[in-house]
Design a protein around this ligand. Structure first.
Ligand code: SF4
Length: 428
């Protein structure tokens, strides 16, 4: 096994072609599961591996699969390929470079829960990615890895690609299911959860692309092999998407917990430092716009779920955006709020009204028309939203506000002081 487990196409040219993938051990895990393992054994192996969902929530994958009832049919596996968190571009690379590993992982998930159909929900902007996936799926059908009576075992499974319209909220699993059913992508009230009432009201597993790409090597090499990587609570490899004010942005694969923010940003084999000489890190966004930003004191935090949480944020999808000291934090928070307000689906009041209200307050602050109590007002609006919305988007929207106020309140105060001392329109 080479250095890469998920981004193997970087070592193996043309890995997106079935013939190359098979030549390098592709679909061996699928063959092994179908011929030598029961569905329960597949679930137990994934459970034992400790694999946690790579889409953001970090929920144990094997446990998620085990919640699906055994005696209700039909069942579905839905691949969440609606990659829309700002700064996240890892799933795209897997789907373009190593699509068969995702397909094999999705097939293993289907077998584990005994689903008959797999839908890959790709965001609308990823049209070329969807075409690449469709070509790979067609190859897998032709080779007999998908379809009726796969490899003569009596098990049948179908796989389809579905293009969404490109809405952030459709990355939320229940909104994704609504969209897949042809409805507006509004999140559903939970419970019931998709494990029992998912697509068309039937048992469904929704997994992220990177999560499923981890499954074939787990089945092939075993849970103990997988657990030897990463940390006890965050085992395995992870793709870190690095962007922002760094010299070499991109996707980097490393074991969870084995590198720190500092390694990722400054390491020779990773980001190679900041974009401009002489600048300093001002803030780190560990999971795109939705996770609380961290100050430079968090630079030595190991990149695993527990450590980032202990530092005051979440690792989520690990889309790490670096802000240096040229960045105006109030302006950056405003940009994020504008994004969330635009992407709010409007179904529940705290998010619909709260994001709109936050945006209005930010607009007047950055325009130089802030009012003396505006920093407190932002905090109060965000606190009234937190934990009171139907889906996580409402909570995400509070992250840039509360974390920037926590670590950079002085910048807000400076904005407001300038407004009071020199109101817009006053003679210079
Ligand atoms: S939190 Fe926002 S995005 Fe989520 S359901 Fe409510 S209005 Fe829609």
């Amino acid at each position: 096994m080479g250095r890469y487990i998920l981004l193997r196409h970087r070592e193996i040219p043309d890995l997106h072609r079935l013939e190359v993938y098979v030549r390098h051990g592709g679909y061996e895990a699928w063959r092994k599961a179908l011929t030598a393992m029961t569905p329960e054994q597949v679930i137990e192996e994934v459970k034992a591996s400790g694999l946690r969902g790579r889409g953001g929530a970090g929920f144990p994958t094997g446990m998620k699969w085990s919640f699906v009832p055994k005696d209700v049919f039909p069942k579905y596996v839905v691949v969440n390929a609606d990659e829309s968190e700002p700064g996240t571009f890892k799933d795209r690379e897997i789907m373009e470079g190593n699509p068969h590993q995702l397909i094999e992982g999705a097939l293993l998930a289907a077998y584990a829960i005994q689903a008959e159909r797999v839908y890959v929900y790709v965001r609308g902007e990823y049209r070329s990615v969807a075409r690449r996936l469709e070509a790979a799926i067609a190859e897998a059908y032709a080779a007999g890895f998908i379809g009726r009576n796969v490899l003569g075992t009596g098990y049948s499974v179908e796989m389809f690609v579905h293009l969404g319209a490109g809405a952030y909220i459709c990355g939320e699993e229940t909104a994704l299911l609504e969209s897949l059913e042809g409805k507006i992508g509004h999140p559903r009230v939970r419970p019931p959860f998709p494990a029992t009432h998912g697509l068309y009201g039937k048992p469904t597993v929704v997994n992220n692309v990177e999560t499923l790409a981890n499954v074939p090597p787990i089945i092939l090499h075993g849970a103990a092999w997988y657990r030897a990587m990463g940390t006890e609570k965050s085992p395995g490899p992870k793709i870190f998407c690095l962007s922002g004010r760094v010299r070499r942005p991109g996707n980097y694969e490393a074991e969870l917990g084995k590198i720190t923010f500092r390694d990722l940003i400054f390491g020779e084999e990773y980001g190679q430092g900041l974009l401009e000489e002489g600048r300093a890190v001002k803030a780190i966004l560990p999971a795109g716009a939705s996770a609380p930003m961290l100050p430079p004191s968090a630079l030595d935090t190991p990149l695993d779920y527990e450590s980032v949480q202990a530092a005051g944020s979440i690792l989520g999808s690990a889309s790490i955006i670096v802000l240096d000291d040229t960045v105006d934090i109030v302006w950056a928070a405003y940009k994020m709020i504008r994004f969330f307000q635009h992407e709010s689906c409007g179904k529940c009041t705290p998010c619909r009204e709260g994001t709109y209200w936050l945006r209005r307050v930010y607009e007047r602050i950055v325009a130089g028309r802030g009012r003396p109590g505006d920093a407190d007002l932002l905090e109060s609006i965000a606190r009234q939203m937190a934990g009171k919305t139907l889906c996580p988007l409402g909570d995400f929207a509070t992250s840039p506000v509360l974390s920037s106020l926590k670590h950079f309140r002085k910048e807000y105060e400076a904005y407001l002081r300038r407004t009071i001392e020199a109101p817009v329109g006053a003679p210079a």
